[in-house]
Design a protein around this ligand. Structure first.
Ligand SMILES: [Zn+2]
Length: 92
């Protein structure tokens, strides 16, 4: 099992067409001032406080699903080890 990070992620779904829009990520227990939107298409961008994220297909409002804790994958865990964090136990 990969170690947990202080980051959280919440999937975004359109309230009109139910399409998956992407997800937002932030650091800390609660959605913070600095969130990053990871759309399905395109590059991640910062989300401003109070900014509405609209569906790129129909312009409908997006709804964030229950946040989940982001786990490090093997690659970021390896990078983290280089800056003084514990490396992952070797996967068997
Ligand atoms: Zn939509």
């Amino acid at each position: 099992m990969s170690p947990l990070t202080p980051r959280y992620r919440s999937a975004l779904t359109c309230g009109h067409c139910s399409r998956h829009i992407g997800h937002v990520e932030w650091t800390g227990e609660r959605p913070a001032a600095r969130m990053l939107l990871h759309p399905i298409v395109g590059n991640p961008s910062a989300v401003l406080v109070g900014q509405r994220i609209c569906c790129p297909h129909c312009g409908g409002p997006s709804f964030a699903e229950l946040p989940e804790r982001v786990r490090e994958n093997a690659l970021t865990a390896y990078r983290g080890a280089a800056v003084g964090r514990n490396p992952l136990p070797r996967a068997s």
